[in-house]
Design a protein around this ligand. Structure first.
Ligand SMILES: [Zn+2]
Length: 267
């Protein structure tokens, strides 16, 4: 893989300008990184515009006055509606500032749901009342669940255009929270509060999540990695009882992510 990547770099350097090669190779090198690392990198030091929402948990958008400890899906109901044919059609609009390559990454993420669930993302049509507006804003983020009207899913061109990050933000929009905030989290993870950056401990608040009878999944695409929000390069969370199991390494939806989705929407 490394050999392939290097030859790709060489090819790009020879065949295109420095500017083009810079962007392309940066993306290619990091596409294998776990989703949590990609999200943290993309959202680190972000400077939101005045019209952008507040983020909690790293990449979850919240409306002003929202109860940050409640799961919006369980407290108010935020599931997308089911069609008579059993599928859940969710309109989306992709902003026109993306390149065709970027649109292809987003579209692949959208379409990855149809082969494993009854979720069908489809292009926005006149007359739709609620839809995902996929835009390159500052960072990667999404609201949790259906909000009504247009709801922004931000996939910044720099840092958020990976299969895993697209799936992660779409799972938020479908109603899911982070694995590390699951109601049964403390049975599976030890949180090292002393290693968390100042003011960031609310990212680890347990909420009443939609577990759907699925087990805690260390390699869910909704699980951040061990060093998430660390202030001292020491882990902020470790799996228990075995600290050596694979943790926070997902690069795509896991079987449990898919099971949870199918149960939530009764696919
Ligand atoms: Zn997230």
């Amino acid at each position: 893989m490394l050999v392939f990547s290097w030859s790709l770099v060489t090819l790009l350097l020879v065949s295109s300008s420095w500017a083009e090669a810079d962007v392309a190779t940066l993306e290619d090198f990091s596409k294998e990184l776990p989703v949590g690392q990609l999200l943290e990198r993309a959202n680190r030091d972000r400077t939101p515009d005045f019209d952008e929402p507040t983020l909690i948990g790293g990449d979850i958008a919240v409306k002003p006055g929202a109860d940050r400890n409640a799961d919006p899906c369980t407290s108010t109901g935020c599931l997308w509606l089911k069609n008579a044919d059993g599928n859940v059609y969710i309109p989306y609009y992709i902003a026109n500032h993306y390149s065709s390559r970027e649109v292809a990454i987003i579209t692949r993420g959208l379409e990855s749901f149809s082969s494993v669930s009854c979720i069908r993302f489809r292009p926005y049509q006149n007359g739709d009342h609620e839809w995902l507006s996929i835009e390159s804003k500052n960072g990667c983020y999404s609201f949790v669940g259906r909000q009504g009207g247009a709801q922004t899913v931000s996939l910044a061109q720099r840092g958020c255009l990976y299969h895993s990050t697209v799936q992660h933000e779409l799972l938020h929009a479908l109603g899911f929270n982070h694995e590390q905030t699951r109601s049964d989290r403390d049975s599976y993870i030890k949180v090292y509060w002393e290693n968390i950056q100042d003011g960031m401990s609310y990212n680890f608040n347990i909420i009443n999540t939609l577990n759907q009878g699925t087990p805690y999944d260390y390699n869910s695409v909704m699980q951040y990695e061990k060093y998430a929000f660390s202030k001292n390069n020491r882990p902020t969370m470790m799996p228990i009882p075995d600290p050596n199991v694979s943790f926070g390494q997902a690069t795509q939806m896991s079987k449990n992510d898919i099971d949870r989705l199918n149960r939530l929407y009764k696919c």
